[in-house]
Design a protein around this ligand. Structure first.
Ligand SMILES: Cc1cc2nc3c(=O)[nH]c(=O)nc-3n(C[C@H](O)[C@H](O)[C@H](O)COP(=O)(O)O)c2cc1C
Length: 280
């Protein structure tokens, strides 16, 4: 009950057994209906074999009880395949964004300062003049059917050392990809070319399009360890995370450069120009 009262959002799931939800789940649903806050988003998920009545039961009772569902109920026949797992991650991230947006709105109204106001603070405008270079971070985990590929735009990127050659970059902790960038993990950094950055960056600027579509339409090469590389980039690096430090809402990563190549010797690096160091 304490968790239900204090949570920012809530997910409830059930298998269907003999046409019903198991008793502990029915009883948890009763507690949610009695104690849950209707202003917070909820989500329903479940595995089933052939009919899946428990999922309909949970979704129907929550809807009738006045709860707002963050997404259509997730129905998985027996076990999720990798494509379904990627969709589930995005639905989870969508719910997380709704929770954070609600909390951010409450915080902003409590502090009395809007985003526009903070964007115009001199310190944030000055911070906006600190720039990195426009890149797409890409990675691949596993092989064959269970492989996961992902990519994201990254511009808080800088060289961090000569010996060994190292880079630093900062990654939003809310992004699903951030969880795949633990110490020891490999990734690729595709440095974009000035003048060609717009088209290459476009698929990665949307909040979270369906995962399989992100790299599908692009001309891909592979780094020595099999990380996906954008063939139209200016240059690429393969790196391994050596340090990860929590920096407020971002992870600050230090990574050792293991390999790299210049794909367009005549091009120059795309550098974003910003008016503020506040979030967009
Ligand atoms: C005893 C039993 C009864 C089941 N009854 C149903 C059912 O009425 N409808 C349905 O869609 N699936 C039914 N299933 C399939 C389960 O919902 C399915 O196995 C579900 O994914 C359970 O998850 P788990 O096996 O990973 O725990 C039943 C499975 C078992 C073992």
């Amino acid at each position: 009950m304490a968790a239900i009262r204090c949570c920012g959002g809530l997910l409830i799931g059930s298998p269907t057994l003999g046409g019903h939800a198991p008793t502990p789940i029915v009883s948890a649903l009763g507690t949610v209906l009695a104690e849950g806050d209707r202003t917070r988003p909820v989500g329903v998920f479940g595995s089933f074999g052939w009919s899946g009545e428990a999922i309909d039961l949970l979704a129907g009772k929550l809807r009738d009880g006045g709860f707002r569902q963050a997404f259509e109920p997730i129905r998985v026949k027996f076990s999720p395949d990798p494509a379904m797992l990627a969709q589930l991650e995005e639905k989870g991230a969508a719910l997380g964004r709704q929770v954070l947006a609600a909390q951010g709105g409450a915080r902003r109204s409590a502090s009395g300062g809007g985003l526009q106001e903070s964007r115009s603070l001199p310190a944030l405008r000055a911070l906006g003049r600190v720039v990195g270079c426009l890149c797409v971070l890409s990675l691949r985990r596993g092989a064959g059917e269970v492989a996961i590929e992902g990519a994201m735009a990254a511009s808080w990127v800088s060289q961090a050392g000569f010996t060994p050659p190292a880079i630093s970059l900062s990654v939003d902790r809310q992004l699903p990809l951030a969880d795949l960038l633990e110490v020891g993990e490999l990734f690729a950094l595709n440095v974009l070319a000035h003048g060609r950055e717009g088209r290459l960056l476009k698929p990665f600027l949307k909040p979270l399009p369906p995962a399989p579509g992100r790299l599908a339409d692009l001309d891909l090469l592979a780094s020595p360890s099999g990380q996906p590389l954008l063939g139209e980039a200016l240059a690429w690096l393969e790196a391994r995370v050596s340090q990860r430090v929590a920096c407020g809402d971002h992870w600050l990563l230090v990574a050792e450069v293991l390999a790299g190549g210049v794909l367009d010797p005549d091009g120059t690096t795309a550098v974003p120009q910003r008016r503020s160091g506040a979030p967009l």
